[in-house]
Design a protein around this ligand. Structure first.
Ligand code: GUN
Length: 280
């Protein structure tokens, strides 16, 4: 039976500390949350982020544009937010509807307000290892590992998924902590052969039950980043949870694992941005 890496519980601690830091600084950090179109999952994520802001003493302002607003209108809004002193962080919820170029939109966000760390300047800093903001999901995973005394140094970490948001920066953050890292993806010929070598296995693909028990080394740490809707309508990750939990040493549940950590780090990043802007 694995130890459960309870992201929900630790995220509450991180948010409490963030709230205390806001009070200590005597600032009201501002986060602009931009949502375009009517994607149901995005709406839930945005509502959760607004709730977290309220818990931490951060002022959140939502900007909801219809899908037909168009990229120029969105870029105009980002420009306005870049120039507002009361807004410290700008988050454009992804994915954007068809017709928008996500890269163009993300690169329009001022790097010092890019609390997602998706702007090229911040991507480069993460690559270099000298960063102000780290992307919320992979950094949330690192913090959860650290909190449970799991040190990636010298371990073989296998990251399944190569997205810009999770897979690539996850690999980089593990590398900075002296892990040996393998990144697998849809064209990896024998995925199971690779995952069985993992001391720490991170699944970030978006396919229910992709990682079955025979693909996991007994005693491995298993991190499930995905949030999928299973055939039974319930939320699930990429890991076939019940049988994998029998053999792993540690495992993140879905929901209640990585997701809450992502949001807690977003709060931290917003406070870091506000602190820097204030010169405190
Ligand atoms: N969509 C899925 N994950 C994320 C995230 O971390 N940030 C933003 N902006 N959009 C997302």
């Amino acid at each position: 039976m694995a130890i459960i890496l309870d992201g929900k519980a630790y995220a509450s601690v991180v948010k409490e500390k963030t709230k205390a830091e806001v009070e200590r600084l005597g600032l009201t950090p501002g986060l602009a949350v931009v949502i375009v179109g009517d994607d149901g999952a995005s709406r839930i994520y945005v509502n959760n982020k607004k709730k977290d802001c309220a818990e931490c003493g951060i002022k959140s302002e939502e900007f909801a544009l219809p899908a037909e607003a168009g990229q120029d209108k969105l870029l105009g809004l980002i420009d306005e937010l870049n120039n507002r002193d009361d807004i410290n962080g700008i988050l454009v919820q992804l994915p954007l509807p068809e017709g928008y170029d996500e890269q163009v939109v993300i690169q329009a966000i001022a790097p010092h307000k890019d609390v997602d760390a998706f702007h090229m300047e911040n991507v480069g800093r993460v690559m270099d290892g000298n960063f102000t903001f780290a992307p919320c999901t992979p950094y949330g995973v690192m913090r959860l590992l650290e909190h449970h005394g799991i040190d990636p140094a010298g371990k073989h970490c296998v990251v399944v998924g190569r997205s810009n948001i999770v897979g690539k920066p996850m690999a980089m953050l593990l590398l900075h902590k002296h892990a040996t890292v393998t990144i697998c993806h849809s064209r990896t010929p024998d995925l199971a052969e690779m995952t069985r070598k993992a001391d720490i296995l991170v699944a970030a693909v978006g396919k229910p039950k992709l990682i079955t028990a025979d693909m996991v080394k007994p005693g491995a740490v298993v991190i499930d980043v995905a949030i999928n809707r299973g055939d039974d309508g319930k939320l699930c990750g990429d890991v076939d949870y019940a049988p994998v939990e029998e053999i792993a040493s540690h495992i993140t549940p879905v929901p209640g694992g990585v997701g809450p950590m992502t949001r807690a780090i977003l709060m931290e990043n917003t406070v870091i941005a506000a602190k820097k802007a204030s010169g405190k």
